[in-house]
Design a protein around this ligand. Structure first.
Ligand SMILES: *Cc1c(COP(=O)(O)O)cnc(C)c1O
Length: 543
């Protein structure tokens, strides 16, 4: 099978049982590969195989507990039996190559290869390099992904046809050095083949490694892997993975219009452009809503742009599909919190995010007395989200939200659901009535959960950041938030009266606008077509 594009990502989340993702970045990568499969684009995905996943979250006594999230690759993906080696700190590390295929809607497939260092010949240290996501020796992980990834493509015979190497975030940037060596140290030849997508303006999202550590890790590969000009490529004082990726890429993009601009300033690089994110429409639309779409808009699965015709759907059908999704969510809450009795007739607001501080989960509770005043018995809140193991401020946010739930007791129902993952994400984005999003601009590069909500006719209530800037311009049916006073006023005087109006048609109009203007555009089919044309410089009709 000829593969013209290799898509490298440290996380790929496309199946809830294959735990090679932590959140937005991985799910975007999974959705992207699903759309490539649907569209028949000849891509191969490259990632790492983390046997303990990211982590499984439990909430106990007001705190997050992290457990290993083990899964059994043998049951879910195939061991190719092939191996490659990368020398790390003088040790030849053996890497097993696993593979699976994502099947697209017309039966075309996208293979994904997974690299795993759990090999009997490796030292105990090396065996653990790929044990879990975003922990352990990150530099070693990134050498395996970038350098090992190129070697693995060769071992399973995809390499020779690949014309474009797409780095989804800087974690895979060492692939440029391996290509540099293979292409006779011809910088231009590397640049012709590389494309880079940056995903966040948050500094912690850009890995940097001190050179004394880099030199030690690379000592076995050092002679040709750490070229004489590395500091020119990747930074004078530390090796910056994003700078390395940028140096060797002929096309660089951020993931929303605003993020493109923020990235041009951040990297002092006027050539950075943007391709706005999307979500895989079929994967994120509730089955009841899928049925409604299929009945009135045949062909929407192959071409989600057709969702712009959603105004033809009778109000009642949208409403009943939504009620079904909402009831399923309420049943899930009842299983997790017996006796909680969420009410299907009460306006339900959802918020599920990585508990990173810039996501500002506490914003809606800044004027809590006023909130109780206007919302008593008339609002329900559902929160979820993991904090990275080492993110103390993020953990404090979770503790803060649990305190709020306590304060609201008897007045406004609120739960914090454990272990936000793909399946919970599906339930939440389809089952709530309003999707709340309050990041501090301009820190949210794109955000994608609001796009999932839009596919289910769930309007977003959001600060103006990331994708929502474009969304609001397209009249996607949500409500923009400027500050807390604004938030409270919109909630009290616009959202609640609209929701509780006995004539539901105006509310359903908002739901439809989310589908017509949101889902029809903010999907990965549209996004992938942009990557093919603008980044890969290829034509869909050639595949
Ligand atoms: C969609 C999704 C995310 C990313 O959502 P954002 O809005 O970008 O924060 C993270 N985690 C899970 C489980 C998701 O489904």
């Amino acid at each position: 099978m000829i593969r013209k594009i290799a898509y490298f990502s440290a996380e790929i989340g496309f199946n809830e049982r294959i735990k090679t993702y932590s959140g937005g970045l991985g799910i975007l990568a999974g959705d992207t590969l699903k759309s490539f499969a649907d569209l028949g684009v000849p891509v191969v995905g490259v990632t790492l195989l983390y046997k303990e996943g990211y982590f499984k979250q439990k909430i106990e006594q007001g705190k997050q507990i992290e457990l290993a999230d083990e899964w059994d690759p043998k049951k879910l993906i195939e061991n190719t039996g092939k191996t490659v080696k990368v020398n790390i700190m003088g040790e030849d590390v053996h890497i097993n190559i696993w593979r699976t295929r994502i099947k697209g809607i017309s039966n075309r497939t996208v293979p994904i290869i997974f690299l795993c260092t759990d090999h009997p010949k490796n030292s105990s240290t090396a065996k653990e390099y790929t044990k879990s996501l975003y922990t352990g020796d990150r530099l070693a992980q990134e050498m395996i992904l970038g350098i090992g990834g190129i070697r693995a493509l060769e071992a399973v015979d995809y390499y020779k046809d690949v014309e474009v190497f797409h780095m989804n975030e800087g974690h895979s940037a060492f692939l440029t050095l391996e290509l540099f060596r293979k292409l006779n140290y011809d910088e231009k030849a590397v640049k012709q083949r590389c494309v880079f997508t940056t995903h966040t303006p948050v500094p912690a999202g850009h890995d940097k490694f001190p050179y004394h550590i880099v030199n030690n890790h690379f000592k076995g590969e050092a002679k040709d892997m750490m070229p004489w000009k590395i500091k020119e490529y990747a930074g004078e004082y530390e090796l910056d993975m994003s700078d390395l990726a940028i140096y060797f890429s002929r096309f660089i993009n951020g993931v929303s219009e605003l993020h493109g601009k923020v990235s041009r300033e951040m990297f002092h690089n006027p050539n950075i452009t943007h391709i706005t994110n999307g979500v895989h429409s079929v994967s994120w639309t509730h089955p009841a809503m899928q049925n409604v779409f299929s009945k009135y808009i045949p062909g929407w699965m192959e071409n989600p742009e057709l969702l712009s015709q959603a105004n033809v759907i009778p109000d009642g059908e949208i409403w009943y599909a939504h009620r079904q999704a909402k009831q399923e969510l309420i049943d899930h809450i009842e299983r997790e919190f017996p006796g909680s009795r969420f009410d299907p007739d009460v306006l339900t607001i959802g918020f599920a995010r990585r508990a990173a501080t810039y996501k500002n989960a506490m914003m809606i509770f800044e004027r809590i007395d006023q909130l109780i005043n206007i919302g008593k018995g008339k609002l329900q809140f559902i929160f979820a989200g993991k904090a990275h193991k080492k993110d103390q401020p993020g953990k404090d946010t979770i503790a803060g939200l649990l305190d709020i739930a306590h304060i609201l007791k008897g007045k406004i129902k609120m739960v914090y659901l454990e272990d936000y993952n793909i399946s919970l994400g599906k339930k939440l984005t389809a089952g709530v009535d309003v999707w709340l999003n309050t990041p501090r601009p301009p820190m949210e590069a794109s955000g994608t959960s609001g796009m999932k909500a839009a596919h289910n006719g769930v309007p977003h209530f959001s600060t103006v950041d990331g994708w929502t800037i474009e969304g609001f311009k397209m009249a996607t049916g949500g409500w923009p938030i400027v500050d807390i006073y604004d938030l409270m006023a919109i909630l009290e005087y616009t959202i609640m009266p609209l929701y509780y109006n006995t004539r539901k048609s105006r509310w359903i109009g908002k739901m439809k606008a989310s589908i017509v203007h949101g889902a029809s555009y903010f999907n990965t089919h549209r996004m992938c077509k942009e990557y093919v044309a603008k980044a890969y410089k290829m034509k869909l009709s050639d595949f």
